[in-house]
Design a protein around this ligand. Structure first.
Ligand code: PLP
Length: 291
């Protein structure tokens, strides 16, 4: 298996938190592995085990040009001696950005398809075409979200629940797979708030409901802090990242964790969290994109 470091929990100090009578802790899961980092490690864990169990020597997956999942899968393949193929949305842009250059350096074969074709990525006909073109492979869906990814994230949540006591868990959402696993693993013991990194993230409620047990209802999706949409950012968000790193020595990425953390601080300011409670913020990683 891919090695894994146990990660620290960082307590943040601020007069804002004192004033509202809450503790803010950050689970630094971004530090679990240098390349297969954060939630991507947990999402890949059982998929990699399954690929090896089924004797596959090729992993094939999908993603955009800045996908942390593509980055992590390429690194995991290199570490396990599995070949990797990345089906990338859009045309090749040279020079390759940091994510794709790294993936290629890990030996990932990059195969570009138009945005139009990419939309068919889950259709059986299209998958069959990929089998014809690339031979046999273990398929991991876009963003790595499938049942085995949910199983991995549930295991993480279960460990976290036993490691530390808290009242709220805040995390960032892309596809919702990580949040679904955490909802399952926490099993109603905590309040979970997922912050959508996409505009119009309201659809994620249905998406996540479809991946979780209906009797668990202590979770919600906040779509107020997307900063213009997935992969978009404002100068306010960029300044926020710099400020938070200066004050708290907490590095945040621009696609996911900074938007979530901005939302958490804003909700604290608005008195959203109950006095006397502990808010645990999950750092899901994504820092490899910063360069
Ligand atoms: C991929 C990613 C997410 C989103 O995970 P989903 O399971 O798709 O919701 C959140 N944070 C970071 C840093 C990521 O790389």
């Amino acid at each position: 298996m891919i090695n894994y470091s146990k990660t620290p929990i960082q307590e943040l100090e601020s007069q804002l938190f004192e004033r509202h009578g809450i503790r803010v802790l950050v689970k630094r899961e971004d530090l679990n592995h240098p390349f297969v980092s954060g939630n991507k490690w947990w999402k890949l864990k059982y998929n990699l085990e399954e690929a090896v169990r089924l004797d596959h020597d090729v992993l094939l997956t999908f993603g955009g040009a800045y996908s942390n999942h593509i980055f992590a899968t390429a690194a995991a393949g290199r570490e396990l001696g599995l070949k990797t193929i990345g089906i990338i949305r859009g045309e090749e842009v040279l020079p390759l950005n940091h994510t794709l250059a790294f993936a290629k350096s890990c030996g990932m074969k990059l195969h570009y398809i138009s945005r139009e074709v990419y939309r068919k990525k889950t259709k059986p006909g299209f998958i069959e075409q990929l089998f014809n073109e690339f031979g046999n492979f273990y398929l991991i869906p876009e963003g790595g979200t499938n049942d085995l990814a949910i199983k991995g994230c549930a295991e993480f949540a279960n460990q976290l629940r036993l490691e530390i006591s808290f009242d709220y868990l805040c995390l960032s959402i892309g596809t919702g797979g990580t949040m679904a696993g955490i909802i399952e693993g926490m099993n109603s013991s905590k309040n979970l708030i997922g912050f959508s990194s996409l505009k119009g993230g309201e659809f994620l409620v249905e998406e996540i409901r479809g991946m979780t047990s209906p009797e668990i209802t202590n979770w919600s999706v906040n779509s107020d802090y997307h900063f213009g949409g997935y992969g978009k950012a404002t100068s306010e968000l960029k300044n926020f990242i710099t400020k938070i790193n200066d004050i708290h020595q907490l590095p945040l990425d621009i696609v996911y964790t900074s938007k979530m953390f901005f939302g958490v601080l804003d909700l604290i300011t608005k008195g959203y969290f109950k006095k006397g409670s502990t808010v645990l913020v999950l750092h899901t990683g994504g820092l490899q994109g910063i360069k």
